[in-house]
Design a protein around this ligand. Structure first.
Ligand SMILES: Nc1ncnc2c1ncn2[C@@H]1O[C@H](COP(=O)(O)OP(=O)(O)OP(=O)(O)O)[C@@H](O)[C@H]1O
Ligand SMILES: [Mg+2]
Length: 385
């Protein structure tokens, strides 16, 4: 669709070599958003709401930002479109330093940075088509051009038949589609979405996420997606940043962050999707140090093609251990399988490091997460499995 082909000729300024997280950005992509040491203090008494944030968003990516209420997510995106000015640090979008622009220049730069909101923010007195036309009118685009462009935008979001409907005649999902069409009217380089699906039911959420993913693929639009729902990130984001109290606690490719969360907080946050937590009866007898009465508890993470390998049978055969499965599940993140299997390895003896090396040779990640004290009563032991 030529209407929405990217037209910005922005060049990269101040390239950064540092990127958060475990993954590497492909060499042929440049950051569409660069955030350098961004801090925001609204009120000196309550401390920074954003605290030394540095982050790149690759062009053409869908970057999820998650965090609990009050973590600073909305403040962060408002810094990206200049609605909030940083207390310190710099923000570049499409090569332009948003944090240094004011007045007319900022308004012009904002055309590159569209936004969709949780409550759609449509004008109730205007039809769907007239809502989509609004940013074009404000930008002074010729009436004739607007008349041609609006139907294309409605088609892009699958609502050609609703041009003359008023917002009150549309469902939540349809209103959000209009919000997205309006956001895309000025051919932005970046779409910021602040909880755009939070007011929608799960099925409609899925449809809107599919639409965003489709638009991302079709026109290469970069999307920054704020959400407090891990499932939204899992479904569409290729990168994710976890914010807590204004700081980045995890950032990287979604699969890596989900598979190997490094901080305890991120791990608990992620456990709604990927169960890293063991049943209570197991954690109750988990200790840090091995003794003569304990067996190692090993968490094995399978990624990609190794997800279905018969590792438990392998361990029995090679090491003559008795691996009891405590917990296991497979999740699909961005279409890739992520399996997590937690076993307590009885009869391990001194072979623990050999077992871990063997797992590693299979391309699996094995981690001893503790040592389970052997239950005194055999019956209770059986029940725990
Ligand atoms: N304009 C403002 N003036 C003063 N404090 C503010 C302002 N906007 C946000 N804050 C404070 O900054 C902190 C972060 O708010 P923000 O809205 O960025 O969080 P959030 O992660 O988007 O939360 P939620 O998930 O609830 O939307 C909160 O403590 C909030 O009270
Ligand atoms: Mg918010």
């Amino acid at each position: 669709m030529t209407l929405l082909a990217r037209t910005d000729g922005a060049t990269e300024t101040e390239p950064r070599s540092q990127e958060h997280g475990t993954g590497l950005r492909p060499a042929n992509t440049r950051p569409i958003i660069e955030i350098h040491s961004l801090s925001k203090i609204y009120d000196a008494k309550s401390g920074p709401v954003l605290d030394d944030i540095s982050l790149n968003v690759s062009e053409g990516s869908i970057h999820g930002i998650i965090g609990r209420s009050g973590a600073g997510k909305s403040t962060l995106v408002r810094c990206l479109n200049g609605l909030v000015s940083p207390s310190s640090g710099r923000v570049f979008v499409s090569g332009q330093e948003i944090s240094a622009l004011k007045g007319q220049d900022l308004r012009k730069a904002r055309r590159q940075i569209a936004m969709v909101f949780q409550h759609f923010s449509l004008l109730s007195s205007r039809t769907a088509a007239a809502n989509v036309a609004l940013p074009l009118e404000i930008a002074g685009i010729a009436k004739e051009t607007i008349r041609k462009r609006v139907p294309d935008l409605l088609e892009l979001v699958g609502l050609s038949g609703k041009a003359d409907a008023y917002p009150s005649e549309l469902s939540g999902g349809q209103k959000q589609r209009i919000g997205i069409a309006r956001a895309l009217a000025l051919e932005p380089a970046v779409l910021l979405s602040d909880e755009a699906t939070s007011a929608l039911d799960p099925e409609t959420t899925e449809q809107i996420l599919d639409l965003l993913k489709d638009i991302n693929r079709r026109i290469g639009l970069s999307i920054v997606l704020i959400t407090h729902e891990m499932d939204v990130v899992r479904q569409i984001a290729d990168h994710v940043t976890v914010l807590e109290q204004g700081r980045i606690i995890e950032s990287g490719p979604t699969f890596d962050v989900f598979a190997f969360p490094r901080s305890k907080t991120a791990r608990s946050f992620l456990s709604s999707i990927v169960a890293h937590d063991l049943p209570e009866e197991v954690t109750a007898r988990l200790v840090q140090e091995a003794t003569g009465d304990t067996d190692p508890v090993i968490r094995i993470t399978f990624t990609g093609s190794s997800a279905h390998s018969a590792v438990v049978a392998d361990l029995v055969e090679r090491f003559k251990v008795r691996p009891n499965i405590l917990h296991g599940r497979i999740d699909y993140i961005g279409g890739a399988a992520l399996g997590i299997l937690t076993i307590v390895s009885e009869n391990t003896g001194p072979r623990l490091s050999d077992i871990l090396s063997y797992l590693s040779s299979l391309g699996l990640h094995g981690e001893v997460i503790g040592h389970a004290v052997r239950p005194a009563v055999t019956g209770a032991h059986r029940a725990a499995h």
